[in-house]
Design a protein around this ligand. Structure first.
Ligand SMILES: Nc1nc2c(ncn2[C@@H]2O[C@H](COP(=O)(O)OP(=O)(O)OP(=O)(O)O)[C@@H](O)[C@H]2O)c(=O)[nH]1
Ligand SMILES: [Zn+2]
Length: 216
């Protein structure tokens, strides 16, 4: 097995130290397209027929988009939007759309994330919470790791009193193939600080994400 030259692909997924990695992969786009062409032939298709002529190019472009989070970093997406603020009540951004790809089948994971924290002298620009979710979702993932990465990123950036993340998602590898269970949802959570220590705080968060949103 050839290991990637990109440390972010080989490292422990819990380890956030690789997040600024901007190294380019060694495989060229032409080689990637060639691989897709082979895949089409293996599937019994004719890659030269009109409808498939540009498919290798499209597939590579689409996969690059779906994994663009490998080339993003917390530093860049934050753009300095962490502010000193004397706030100490729960901040919750809920119903953040998640479009990720499972690392076992490279099929879509579609769902939403709910992210809360209790500030401890610092708040983060609200959109940046969604951007953090987006950065980690746009990688090959398992839902559990995605959930933990979002929680640990916020915990590391803000050192808040606590962070709570719940991700609810449906996995196309369980819907369209394999066990074929449409309608199944997986719920994962990561609780840090007071959300893990105090049942009432956790309950307040769970109640807030349970009630029907006014918008949406
Ligand atoms: N824990 C976890 N498992 C996942 C996630 N996405 C996909 N999987 C599972 O990864 C497992 C891979 O199992 P394998 O037996 O190696 O692969 P498979 O033969 O394609 O498995 P089936 O999906 O059962 O047909 C499956 O059980 C998937 O449901 C995820 O985000 N988290
Ligand atoms: Zn899968």
């Amino acid at each position: 097995m050839t290991l990637s030259t990109r440390p972010d692909l080989n490292s422990n997924p819990q380890d956030l130290s690789f997040i600024s990695t901007q190294q380019q992969p060694k495989v060229t786009e032409a080689e990637m397209m060639q691989a897709v062409r082979k895949l089409l032939i293996g599937l019994g298709e004719n890659p030269d027929r009109e409808g498939l002529q540009n498919t290798p190019k499209r597939v590579v472009k689409a996969l690059q988009f779906l994994t663009k989070g490998y080339h993003e970093s917390l530093d860049e997406l934050l753009n300095g939007a962490v502010f000193t603020e004397n706030a100490n009540e729960m901040v919750l951004v809920r119903d953040i759309d998640i479009f990720s790809s499972c690392e076992h089948h490279i099929l879509p994971i579609i769902g939403r994330a709910h992210v809360a924290y209790i500030p401890n002298g610092k708040v983060i620009g609200l959109s940046k919470i969604a951007r953090i979710c987006e950065m980690y979702a746009r990688r090959l993932q398992v839902q559990e790791r995605l959930t933990v990465q979002i929680a640990d990123a916020l915990q590391g950036l803000l050192k808040p009193h606590g962070v709570a993340v719940v991700v609810e998602a449906t996995h196309m590898c369980m819907v369209m193939r394999g066990v074929q269970k449409p309608g199944s949802w997986t719920v994962t959570s990561a609780m840090r600080g007071v959300f893990s220590e105090d049942a009432r705080t956790r309950e307040e968060f769970m109640n807030l994400i349970r009630h029907k949103a006014y918008f949406g």
